[in-house]
Design a protein around this ligand. Sequence first.
Ligand SMILES: C[S@@+](CC[C@H](N)C(=O)[O-])C[C@H]1O[C@@H](n2cnc3c(N)ncnc32)[C@H](O)[C@@H]1O
Length: 198
Amino acid sequence: MSQDIRAFFNEKAPFWDAMQEIPEGKLRALLSELPIARAGVILDVGSGTGVLIPFLRELFAPSLIVELDIAEAMLAEARKKFGDDGIRYVHGDAKEVVFTETFDAIICYSSFPHFEDKEETLRHLLAFLKDNGVFAILHTASREHINALHAQNEVTRNHLLPEGNEVARMLAGLGLSVLVVRDTPEEYLVAGLKKGVQ
Ligand SMILES: C[S@@+](CC[C@H](N)C(=O)[O-])C[C@H]1O[C@@H](n2cnc3c(N)ncnc32)[C@H](O)[C@@H]1O
């Protein structure tokens, strides 16, 4: 587990929500594009303080949301706000956590740049995605903006968001059908569907 990134976000956790301005319309529009089954089980990777929870509930009425984060203080903030009803909180590194459930959707919102070994992390997470499940990486700002922001801090300096096409190639190489690749000055969305056995 990367202790640097864990400490970095643990330290930010109490102030995280005050530091964020959630672009609600854009986030809702991006999530609405994903063909996620209603009443399913959704994994929110790098979930932080649970920013996605209200949106997931509104759009997909999931039976369970699993909040995964490497920083336990972020999860504690989420639990304070949302409790345990329909939510399971998992503390761990996305590249090695073993889940007891499989998922109808796995979403990385504003977290993918921080994963140390991106392809291995994707491979690991996708093992827990159901056939016909949706995998998505999304950001409500441009790749350039995110990379410039991360460049300002010693801990996140090398936490780069790769080009959308590069991530799409990784997903295709791992057996997904790519649904959307959007890497624009406004937003970033790369999503794929896990093909079922024919
Ligand atoms: C920029 S924050 C975004 C949090 C939340 N998704 C939001 O938009 O408010 C990135 C989050 O990813 C988490 N994270 C970073 N690397 C991780 C990893 N390898 N496994 C799980 N979580 C990770 C951090 O602890 C942090 O909470």
